[in-house]
Write a protein that binds this ligand. Structure first.
Ligand code: ZN
Length: 305
């Protein structure tokens, strides 16, 4: 790869080969950026720093440009890369999104990898949308993540009972569909549904504690075999620890973490803390997450060479 190309694709591939995963920390509030990057550096780890569209629309990360600017203030290329998380084709409020210009803006701003989420579409339409974004991303040397299956939680309204969801496997990424999806869309990484759920973002539910999700690791094995590309676990907050570790061991190469960090920050502010105190709480929580899920695995030496 030439130097102008993003190396995030290589980094994720190396993680997959080494049997480690990179955390991707979401930034719903700009002051979260500094303590997260500091924690990653202090743990000598490696992480993606991510923002999803709903985080500048429903939370306070303001815009793609604001997040990129804040990232550049604290950037440390030995430890972090900037990633564009969920740009949905149909959003959590069921509205169509003009997704391609958002992706193109991010690439122009220096985001080193992107995600398009067509998971609310029928299979063929998800493939078509993902293919469009992959072509634009690849032309700029940027890897593209996609989602197949229903990683629920972002939508407003009550969630179906978790145990029932898990037992029935309803909404799980289907193996044959995943094989076809990867082949036809050309996506580089795939976010799969294997029992994981997103943290709620609706105003009514965003403060609630997430249910403890579990993962169907046998199903993950089938997906890994069928797709042959790095798979991604969204909704990493609140999943049973042994299941996350099992998923990483099997081949999940990236784990998204949003809710835990966000709620840590919000709780600190709500209980009378200053922004500096809330940032310190985020720093401590990020350290804890890296230690519990990503620690002692030599992530940085594995991925950054
Ligand atoms: Zn997600």
């Amino acid at each position: 790869m030439s130097e102008s190309m993003s190396d995030t694709g290589t980094i994720i591939k190396r993680a997959r080969q080494a049997g480690v995963a990179l955390p991707a920390f979401n930034i719903p509030y700009l002051p979260i950026m500094e303590p997260v990057i500091r924690a990653v550096r202090d743990q000598d780890s490696f992480a993606l720093i991510a923002v999803a569209r709903l985080e500048w629309i429903k939370f306070q990360s303001q815009s793609l440009a604001a997040v990129a600017k804040e990232f550049q203030r604290w950037d440390d290329p030995r430890h972090v890369r900037l990633h564009l998380d969920h740009v949905p084709v149909i959003d959590e409020d069921n509205l169509r999104v003009d997704y391609l210009p958002i992706i193109e803006e991010a690439i122009g701003l220096g985001y080193r990898s992107v995600m398009v989420d067509g998971s609310r579409l029928p299979l063929a339409e998800n493939i078509a949308a993902t293919l469009r974004v992959c072509e634009a991303a690849h032309a700029a040397g940027v890897p593209c993540e996609a989602e197949l299956g229903a990683v629920l939680g972002h939508e407003a309204g009550p969630m179906p009972p978790y145990e029932e969801l898990f037992r029935s496997g309803k909404g799980f990424t289907r193996v044959e569909e995943a094989a076809r999806f990867v082949k036809e869309s050309g996506c580089d990484w795939l976010s799969v549904a294997i029992g994981n759920i997103h943290g709620a973002v609706s105003q009514a539910a965003r403060d609630q504690k997430k249910v403890e999700a579990r993962l169907n690791l046998a199903h993950l094995d089938l997906l890994l075999k069928a797709t042959g590309i790095p798979l991604v676990l969204h909704g990493g907050s609140g999943v049973r620890r042994e299941d996350v570790l099992g998923a990483i061991k099997r081949g999940i190469a990236k784990v998204n973490i949003g809710t835990e960090i966000r709620q840590t920050y919000e709780t600190a502010l709500k209980t009378g803390g200053t922004i500096a105190q809330a940032q310190d709480a985020v720093y401590q929580r990020t350290i804890g997450i890296i230690r519990d899920y990503f620690g002692n695995t030599g992530i940085r030496s594995a991925v950054a060479g």
